[in-house]
Design a protein around this ligand. Sequence first.
Ligand SMILES: [Zn+2]
Length: 361
Amino acid sequence: MRWSFKMGKIFGIDFRIHVTFFLLLFFIYVSALKQYGTRTAITAVLFICAIFGCVLIHEIGHSLIARRFGKEAKSITLLPIGGVATMEEMPEKPQQEIAMSIIGPLINLAIAGVLFLFVGQWSGIKVVNMYPDSMNSFLSGLISVNIILAVFNLIPAFPMDGGRVLRGLLALRMDFIQATSLAVSIGQGLALFFIFFGLFFNLWIALIGIFIYIGAGSEKHEVMLRAVLHKVPVSAVMATDFKSLDPEEPLSKALEHVYHGCQEDFPVVGHGGIEGILTRKDVLSAVHGKGVNVSVGDVMDRNFFHIAPHDPLDRVYHHLLNKQKTAAAVMEDGRLKGMLCLDSISRYFMIQNAMSTRAGS
Ligand SMILES: [Zn+2]
């Protein structure tokens, strides 16, 4: 995630903090300092850090359960709105998705329970004091926050944990895509209610509603994409009629091909076979930074992505996105067979979608 700083590793997972989180701490400190003085301002900042510590444990819970199912979390990022565990892939079996999602809210409830045993009393949710004045109100506030976090995350709307639990439960009974569609509709219905309710009573709730609405929509898109691309091999979409570049050629030569054709990503083939890929992004940054006389071999991506013609398109699509690549070389028996770019996968998906909606109409 942009503007986030790596703080270290926890259980082998990158732990990052977004710059806006530090701004939040600064804001809390300054506003508490004006009203209550240094001591309270420091306690308020510690209280926010403690809350986010709980959020972090919640996200670690998701990541460790996902690991049990063979899915690795790439990173956990703390933002002012909460934590995000970025997964390479989500577990596919409904039981796995339920287990992975429910663990987060359960962890918050467990933290609340342990704190309650420790404090021995609890002053109730109504009195979450953001500026705790004693150890007791600090811990009591933390109990309330953890209960709120558990309940809030269990709202059955994507991308909340509750939405995933709901999809998992539905998927036990029906097809995964149908389950997603239904869960998304429920999530978006709830989101519209939040937006409407929030506009009158609390803008923060309206904002969360918008966040849920968009998150639910993109989750549906993701599932439809996977369903369409799952059974399609790379060979069905790859370009077989393409121009190659020589690593010795100047960049100006590549520009000519860009001007006079539609191709944007070029395989760079030397004497021993393919040596790299030159993408539109490489061309633009090289023209900007080094001029047009630099050789193609100097600016191409040598760490390029190569795939086989029979690889399933959905996996390739996710690998490309994860590695932030826009094109891949399709190789068979060490020879270049074609080129595949992200745009052509999106185009294929759009056409298939149009065909299926027409067939259904
Ligand atoms: Zn969660």
